[in-house]
Design a protein around this ligand. Structure first.
Ligand code: ADP
Ligand code: MG
Length: 247
């Protein structure tokens, strides 16, 4: 069963066709990778899932309802969380505080009135946040200021901020970008270990990461999906090799 269905999505920027009749179906509970050369339209597509961009035409349905024309926070409330290409963190706050904030936003209505909610909600949310930090291997750093963390640990904090919301769909835009090989391997391990029931869409450049994680792969080039299939089908696909070699 598909949890995310993208039908015939088009998006242009001042005459440049960034997305050209994109179709994509993501099966619930699977890891679906989107790969393709720089400028292929991968981030633009992801932006259409989270209310940052509105497609010119086409539809994006999540869990049976349209994601188009609703606000980013409503999409988030519906169960879609996203890890950005560059981390968006509260760098002067502690790791634990960073992870508690999205949990308040998701689970405690009082958040809108009083930034830290009721005392009871605060204790419960602290527990949720600490449990995610334990899963993700950051519990020993919970009181550290985010600015002082390594790049790899910052990404972990961001991942924890998503996981604490218990999303149905997790979108990751180049989660290993700029990471060392060791951090990349840690991230792969983490993504294999945490949130195994969560559907994941991963945009990724690193083929080692893609082939370690993905159940299915869509290949984009010049704004459109040029191939889709299981990793072993994609690996030998001549169209894919051509797109990467620029041929
Ligand atoms: P990818 O993530 O696959 O590298 P992008 O989705 O970022 O590609 O970009 C696809 C194309 O759309 C590129 O040519 C890019 O320059 C263009 N583009 C993306 N966002 C904008 C924007 N906000 N305004 C104008 N052009 C954009
Ligand atoms: Mg991108």
């Amino acid at each position: 069963m598909s949890i995310l269905k993208v039908t015939d999505v088009n998006k242009s920027f001042a005459g440049l066709k960034a997305l050209d009749a994109v179709n994509l179906e993501v099966e619930a509970g699977k890891v679906h990778a989107i790969i393709g050369p720089n400028g292929a339209g991968k981030s633009t597509l992801l932006n259409c899932f989270v209310g940052r961009l509105m497609p010119d035409t086409g539809s994006v349905d999540f869990d049976g309802t349209s994601l188009l024309g609703i606000k980013p926070h409503q999409i988030n409330q519906a169960g879609v969380a996203r890890v950005f290409q560059t981390p968006e963190l509260f760098t002067e706050m502690s790791v634990l505080e960073n992870v508690m904030i999205p949990a308040f936003a998701k689970f405690d209505g009082a958040f809108r009135i009083n930034a830290w909610g009721s005392i009871r909600a605060r204790a419960e949310i602290r527990e949720r946040a600490e449990s995610v930090l334990a899963d993700i291997g950051l519990i020993d750093h919970k009181d550290e200021i985010v600015a002082s963390l390594s790049r790899g640990d910052k990404r972990r904090v961001e991942m924890a901020m998503c996981l604490v919301q218990e999303p149905k769909l997790l979108l990751l835009d180049e989660p290993t970008a700029g990471m060392s090989r060791a951090d990349t391997n840690n991230t792969v391990e983490l993504l294999q270990k945490v949130g195994t029931h969560i559907t994941k869409v991963v945009i990724e450049h690193d083929m080692h990461v893609v082939f370690s994680l993905a159940d299915r792969i869509s290949v984009m080039a010049q704004g459109t999906v040029i191939a889709e299939g299981r990793p072993e089908e994609i690996r030998g696909n001549p169209k894919v090799q051509e797109a990467y070699l620029g041929g």
